[in-house]
Design a protein around this ligand. Structure first.
Ligand SMILES: N[C@@H](CCC(=O)NCCCC(=O)O)C(=O)O
Length: 249
């Protein structure tokens, strides 16, 4: 029986460092996206083993057996565009980061590990030890003048090497014009970015900070910053619309 579900990691992180109430958006298409957007204070795009349909970025067909989820694609891409239009804060994680790029016109590599000179970014899900699967897998270099760095001010970290976990086969091939890369793996894979010209918080990461925010302060701070942006958005939206008053005669 088909289900609409999300990992408990996302529920816990929203109730925790984000400081919000998680609402699952069903993968029910663009009409649902349009209806629910005005009711949201922030949009977190989760990871998934499924992959964005190649037709959405003029890519080659997936290898046989590659999981896809067209219902999710038909929901998240309109959600992303509507959220950016509204200035709704967006935190995009893994598949969510890939959706962010495709929604704005970027493309994806489908199996990075098959590309010359590239690493294997996928962590086999049959790992017996969860920590092996969701533990730190490689370091990324982070732009010292970017939004991630701004949010991480005051924390103990080095832009040259931020350890991250890695559970993906796909990745950003050509970044959308508005996607400004902010982190790179040693093999050049784009691992994070911000959206140029976004009216609100709009950051995507290829790794999974939801797995280790309890012990990793950079992960925690990213969620805290998203929560702060969502509360700011909610507060602005709650302000009565300023109606022009007739100038006194
Ligand atoms: N399927 C895409 C996106 C990868 C992703 O979101 N991984 C999350 C995995 C969740 C889990 O296995 O617990 C890709 O492969 O690039």
């Amino acid at each position: 029986m088909p289900n609409h579900a999300v990992s408990d990691h996302y529920i816990k992180v929203v109730l925790g460092p984000v400081g919000g109430i998680p609402v699952l958006v069903p993968a029910a298409g663009g009409a649902v996206a349009e209806e629910i957007l005005p009711r949201l204070d922030g949009l977190m795009l989760t990871g998934s083993r499924s992959n964005v349909a190649p037709g959405l970025y003029a890519g080659p067909p997936h290898l046989e057996g590659t999981p896809e989820d067209p219902a999710r694609d038909s929901t998240t891409l309109p959600l992303i565009l509507g959220a950016l239009e509204a200035g709704l804060p967006i935190l995009a994680i893994c598949r969510g980061f890939q959706e962010l790029n495709v929604a704005l016109g970027g493309t994806l590599d489908q199996r990075i590990q098959d590309l010359p000179g590239r690493m294997d970014h996928s962590t086999p899900s049959d790992q017996a030890l969860p920590k092996v699967r969701t533990g730190k897998a490689h370091a990324v270099r982070v732009a010292a003048d970017g939004l991630l760095a701004r949010h991480w001010q005051g924390l103990d970290w080095s832009p040259d090497a931020v350890p991250v976990n890695s559970l993906h086969n796909q990745g950003v091939a050509h970044p959308a014009a508005r996607l400004v890369p902010e982190a790179w793996a040693p093999d050049g894979t784009i691992e994070a970015g911000r959206i140029e010209g976004a009216r609100g918080f709009a950051i995507g990461v290829q790794w999974h900070p939801e797995y280790d925010w309890a012990e990793d302060m950079l992960s925690r701070r990213l969620f805290e910053a998203f929560g702060h942006a969502a509360r700011g958005y909610a507060s602005r939206m709650a302000q009565p619309a300023l109606t022009p008053t007739l100038a006194a005669e």
